[in-house]
Design a protein around this ligand. Structure first.
Ligand code: NAD
Ligand code: ZN
Length: 396
């Protein structure tokens, strides 16, 4: 089959790779109908994620049709149409039972690698390095889904792929980011990053009762998309001083909660951002946490900083003193996907949200190398790329 493979920093190729096979009795094989490129894939593309190997199949946002089912899988049947969550979870360990699905103890066969860095390992992830299990991803024609009697959710034929695909990651991720803000009526939420995750964090903050949401980015088309709901206020950080603007907009108090939907590759124009860039290019830093620093500084006293943006290593110049002095709550982590699939599918079915609003590019699998580049550079107004293995290459 064809799969989108990693060959090193900024080197992604579509190659012929072996078809996946059932390895465990609870597995299923899914024929991928739609798959997407995520901001998290850009961290791999940029060479920030350790333990990637040449030839690894990428992708963790995918859906499709079940074409084969292991003998102990009583939940799925051949022909079922499913969305697959990007975190892999057994459903039976201590963590799965606590609804902490992305911390599953049984789905990461390479836990020892992550333990060296973090003490304990999170769950396995599709297409996201050997440290996270080394599972081939879903930017391919077929994918093996482990614990397929726990993760995938069946979706009704009345909804299109584009309406349900983002249940695989970015809709639950934005939603959990907003939920972590413990929003109360009247709250103002500021969201750094108006990429796909930021867009879903913004919409979810309103779904959860926020009164005001302020989106921050520098790309006009992303700010315009955020504001297109007629409610979201936006700030371009290249045009205004974000801290000053937020203080003024909130009567001098600061937002009740701040969401960092940027992660470890923050761009910035302030001194600390230049410092990060210099240190990173000298291989003396693992992350560029400018947006996180700013969200901690901006947050009101006693507020919450929610961090869906991915961080990789040991953060430099991290203002823990400010977070401590202001009594902030910090919440973060890979999304506990399985908890959100059914309730968010219900919101889509009820018409409360149509997740396809973020899509700007619809291409074939063979377009992946060009599209990684376009999405990374935010060229052509690119916000979200959906690839279908059956769609002819648009570049051809
Ligand atoms: P993206 O690259 O499309 O969006 C990031 C946005 O941040 C861009 O629009 C960029 O202009 C903006 N940005 C950069 N620096 C900024 C700054 N200083 N202030 C404000 N905005 C700034 O990526 P995405 O798909 O939206 O993903 C965002 C983050 O969420 C990534 O780190 C990704 O890895 C992470 N993520 C986490 C999970 C999870 O489970 N926690 C799941 C999916 C994605
Ligand atoms: Zn993702």
């Amino acid at each position: 089959m064809r799969g989108v493979c990693f060959y090193g920093k900024e080197d992604v190729r579509v190659e012929h790779v072996p078809d996946p096979q059932i390895l465990n009795p609870r597995d299923a094989i899914v024929k991928v109908t739609s798959t997407a490129i995520c901001g998290s894939d850009l961290h791999i593309y940029g060479g920030y994620i350790p333990t990637m190997e040449r030839g690894d199949v990428l992708g963790h946002e995918f859906m499709g049709e079940v074409v084969e089912v292991g003998r102990d899988n009583r939940k799925l049947r051949v022909g079922d149409r499913v969305v697959v969550p990007f975190t892999i979870a057994c459903g039976q360990c201590y963590f799965c039972k606590q609804d902490l699905w992305s911390l599953c103890d049984n789905s990461n066969p390479n836990a020892w690698m992550a333990e060296k860095i973090a003490g304990y390992a999170g769950s396995g992830l599709f297409g996201y390095s050997h440290m996270y299990g080394g599972y081939p991803g879903g930017q391919a024609e077929y994918a093996r889904v482990p614990f397929a009697d726990v993760g995938p959710i069946k979706v009704p034929s009345t909804l299109s792929d584009e309406q349900v695909l983002f249940l695989s990651d970015i809709f639950p991720t934005g939603y959990m980011a907003a939920e972590n803000c413990q929003i109360r009526p009247g709250d103002t939420i500021a969201v750094w990053g108006c990429g796909p995750v930021g867009q879903f964090a913004i919409r979810s903050a309103f779904l959860l009762g926020a009164e005001r949401v302020i989106g921050i980015d520098r790309f006009p088309e992303r700010l315009t998309l955020a504001a297109s709901d007629g409610r979201t206020e936006v700030l371009n950080y290249e045009e205004v001083d974000v801290l000053d603007a937020l203080r003024t907009m909130t009567g001098g108090q600061g937002p009740d909660a701040c969401i960092d939907a940027v992660g470890l590759e923050a761009h910035g124009t302030t001194l600390d951002a230049w410092y990060d860039r210099a240190k990173f290019s000298a291989s003396m830093a693992t992350d560029r946490p400018h947006a996180l620093r700013q969200s901690i500084a901006a947050c009101r006293k006693g507020g919450t900083v929610s961090i869906p943006g991915v961080y990789g290593g040991w953060l430099d110049k991290f203002p823990l003193g400010a977070a401590f002095a202001k009594g902030l709550t910090l919440k973060m982590g890979q999304t506990h996907m399985h908890k959100y699939l059914a309730p968010l599918l219900e919101r889509i079915e009820k018409g409360e949200i149509d997740p396809s609003f973020v899509i700007t590019h619809r291409v074939g699998l063979d377009d992946a190398p060009a599209m990684y580049q376009t999405f990374r550079e935010k060229h052509e107004g690119c916000i979200k790329v959906v690839m279908s293995p059956d769609r002819p290459s648009v570049g051809a």
